[in-house]
Write a protein that binds this ligand. Sequence first.
Ligand code: HEC
Ligand code: HEC
Ligand code: HEC
Ligand code: HEC
Ligand code: HEC
Length: 399
Amino acid sequence: MKILWLFVLSISFLSGANAAKVVQLDDKFAESKNCKACHLHLVKDWQESWHSKSHFDKDEYFRKSIKYYSRKTRKSLNGVKVECATCHNPRISVTSTDINYEIEAVLGLDKGSKVNKALKADALHEGINCVVCHNIDKIHSDKDEKIRGINRVTWTKSGLMSGPYEDAKSPYHNVEYRDFMSKNSNQLCFVCHANMSSVKNIMFSNMEKEFKSDGKMCVDCHMGPKKLGVASTLKIDDGEAKKRMIRKHGFKGAHDEDMIKNSLKLSTWQKGEDVVIMLKNPQPHNIPTGYGSREILIELEYKKGSNKIKKEEISLTTHYKDRRKRPTIAHLAKTMSKDMSVPAQGKKVIKVKKVDGASDVKISVYYKLVNDEVHELLKLKEKRWSKKMLITRKSLKLK
Ligand code: HEC
Ligand code: HEC
Ligand code: HEC
Ligand code: HEC
Ligand code: HEC
């Protein structure tokens, strides 16, 4: 028990030291429905994105991870929700919990507490919504790289939108230009998409470190190219909506089959008795990247004439172990296995002994959002988590 209290104390001390300043949002701006009258097209894009599903009620994988984490660390469920909200729900009005809250929660005295109220706020259900990104005033890139999400930014006053234009005006809200909304927008993404570490300080993902770009920015692929359109449909330009270069707000990623398809290039040839498989990654970040426990599956189907004779599977994924060396989720890892991802703008070469007597082999490369180990640990039910999404496929004649 003593160890537990010390552990809880040390977390609350850490988050206390970097406590973020909360800025209360006016109801006029808190939710995306308030933006629809003039930015409906952008709201619709965003609703399709996983940023709008980053709240625990909307993402089964996230929700079950929180429960698992709480069970294993004996931290209260709400305490864990607040901890993860740092990046998943940054407009929460309570940014850390302390030992007093943990005691109240154990005793069941937390019902009317500030923490419980904060977690019930309607706007939180929107996850990473408009006033997360567009209410960032400053990004503190000079802070220790472990400090992320809420604790890495300061907010604008409620009603002041930071944006990509230097000359915008709106009757509904104030606007100000920020370079992290235009030429430096990778900085905005790295507020959360970087340096994900476990309770034991194992860094299981760091997109900022692995990023190797030939000039493309995150927004070029995840919000699409700039196109002529309107930022707002309000008739502010001589009775017309003002024409602007805009981007989509879809933030499509690994949950989307179109993004996955052809994200890696496959070449294959025979060398002596081996089948050589080369995966090249033209993207500026590793594949898989981001949250731990994603998986690439390479399936080899051997044929002799038209008969299927054997199937083999190679898994590229990372496994995490807790302090007792049992499998666990990334956030609780004490150790992790070798990173198996295909590096940014790099390649991975795999050799397999060919099956005797085979005349052909079909090689299919798939992507899975969760590997079997973690899928099992969390007992995920929705289909999407076990679905094999095709990246690419090729056949090879064997000699
Ligand atoms: C994850 C961060 C993020 C979220 C969430 C987000 N935006 Fe944006 N938004 C951006 C970035 C980055 C740009 C600038 C893109 C560029 O020009 O390179 C932008 C641009 C804009 C623009 C200028 C026009 C355009 O499309 O380029 C408007 C208006 C806007 N956002 C409104 C919204 C609204 C309304 C919402 C909520 C439905 C929203 N944004 C949610 C990051 C975000
Ligand atoms: C009554 C209409 C109206 C509503 C409601 C509205 N906006 Fe705007 N917004 C505008 C207009 C007009 C512009 C300027 C467009 C232009 O200059 O092309 C604008 C511009 C923006 C910009 C770009 C600012 C810049 O400097 O680049 C952002 C970001 C933005 N709005 C976010 C939001 C968000 C978030 C909401 C909801 C909380 C919202 N707006 C609600 C009318 C509105
Ligand atoms: C406030 C923190 C935060 C910021 C800022 C942020 N993201 Fe995210 N992003 C997240 C979280 C959390 C998720 C995971 C949501 C989930 O799956 O439940 C996510 C998911 C994604 C995904 C994955 C979608 C999928 O289908 O797999 C993409 C792509 C993405 N973000 C791109 C961006 C880009 C580009 C930017 C910068 C313009 C950005 N994000 C800024 C926190 C953030
Ligand atoms: C040249 C295009 C390109 C650029 C630039 C790019 N990405 Fe991606 N990204 C992709 C593709 C394709 C995928 C889908 C394959 C995959 O999941 O790895 C992806 C996947 C993702 C995912 C989901 C990964 C997962 O497995 O959950 C996230 C998050 C993401 N990108 C964020 C970013 C951020 C943040 C940046 C900028 C630092 C960025 N991307 C820059 C092409 C790009
Ligand atoms: C440093 C910011 C940050 C913190 C803190 C954080 N996350 Fe995340 N999380 C992200 C980002 C960014 C993504 C999206 C990565 C991607 O799609 O590749 C993500 C994605 C996830 C996913 C995958 C969701 C999906 O739909 O595939 C799970 C599960 C998850 N986080 C669990 C947690 C848990 C549990 C906590 C708290 C113990 C937590 N996260 C805290 C940034 C964070």
